[in-house]
Design a binder for this molecule. Structure first.
Ligand code: 6CS
Length: 312
């Protein structure tokens, strides 16, 4: 059979590289074929999600920043300062997390989705027009976030004016200064050329961009045992590749941005400078619990245990 696989990025971006590795494994080890649909070919994230829930698309890569409107608990991945910065711990977490491997699949299943893998796409940086060093510097600044209510709360807590937008509107809104900034991993700031319409790129260490690969549940359940195993193996193959890949491209992306736009300013806030942001983050955890209740609390507690275990 030919299976459709939709991603939120282009084929040369992290999700595209993952999907390409997945396709490579499937096509090498079976007679099945994968057709990858990059961003823009099937509509915005909401449209693509509808199509995959309806079974028109078999596989979808969508990040919690968008899926959070459908599965509020998935926003746990967006909580500021939930992740350590140490990349070994992050890898361990994504490999072994009980929350990811056992608990989240149940929540996704309720929405007609089989959660296959979650993986990191790199640390999230914030682009702005002016440097900022403390939450007050962000007062009145419109920062675009993905359409997650939790990200809105995060940037409110950080002192800014959060502006949720679908991806297609981001570049133009930055260009016309409808928004002052946005957040994304370095590879994406480079590949989507967001640096062209930004002056400063700041790291406050607040998040690791996480994404999820899912299948339509009816489709997946109807597969033979053999095909199910094939898909799991293909995911493992792509996952092992992507963990190193996404680390390798950060420096390259940064160098390329510097070369293309020498006037760009990179800022990394010190631990001391991050303190007020960490403090503000506490309120966001409260908001998360308000949004998700007992179910969200349970899964977050497990995630925190998993992260502790991963950092040992
Ligand atoms: O900011 C966004 O909307 C996009 N960022 C990444 C890294 N991937 C896809 C997503 O649409």
């Amino acid at each position: 059979a030919t299976w459709k696989y939709a991603i939120e990025e282009s084929i040369s971006d992290v999700q595209g590289v993952y999907a390409t590795k997945f396709k490579e494994y499937i096509e090498k080890n079976s007679k099945n074929k994968i057709k990858i649909y990059p961003y823009g070919t099937l509509g915005e994230s909401v449209d693509v999600m509808e199509q995959s829930q309806a079974g028109i698309i078999e596989f979808i890569d969508q990040s919690p920043g968008f899926t959070g409107t459908l599965i509020p608990e998935a926003q746990a991945f967006l909580l500021p300062y939930v992740f350590p910065e140490n990349s070994k711990s992050i890898d361990n977490f994504f490999k072994n997390s009980k929350a990811i491997n056992e608990m989240f699949p149940k929540l996704y299943a309720k929405k007609g989705l089989t959660l296959l893998k979650m993986f990191p796409e790199g640390a999230v940086s914030i682009t702005t027009q002016k440097p900022f060093y403390k939450p007050e510097d962000l007062n009145g600044k419109k920062i675009r976030v993905m359409t997650s209510p939790l990200l809105v709360e995060t940037y409110k807590a950080f002192g800014a004016v959060p502006t949720p937008l679908s991806w297609g509107e981001v570049y133009g809104s930055l260009q016309t200064r409808i928004i002052d900034g946005q957040e994304n991993p370095m590879f994406w700031i480079e590949s989507a050329k967001l640096y062209e319409v930004s002056k400063v790129i700041t790291d406050i260490g607040h998040n690791i961009f996480t994404t999820a690969v899912m299948a339509n549940k009816n489709f997946f359940d109807s597969l033979s045992k053999e095909n199910k195993q094939l898909i799991q193996k293909a995911n493992k193959y792509a996952f092992d590749y992507i963990l190193d890949y996404q680390k390798r491209i950060i420096k390259k992306a940064k160098d390329k941005i510097k070369k293309e736009k020498p006037s760009i300013k990179f800022v990394t806030l010190s631990n001391k400078q991050r303190e007020p942001f960490r403090k503000a983050a506490k309120d966001v955890y409260k908001k998360y619990i308000e949004m998700t209740g007992e179910s969200g609390k349970k899964i977050l507690d497990q995630m925190l245990l998993d992260l502790k275990e991963a950092s040992k």
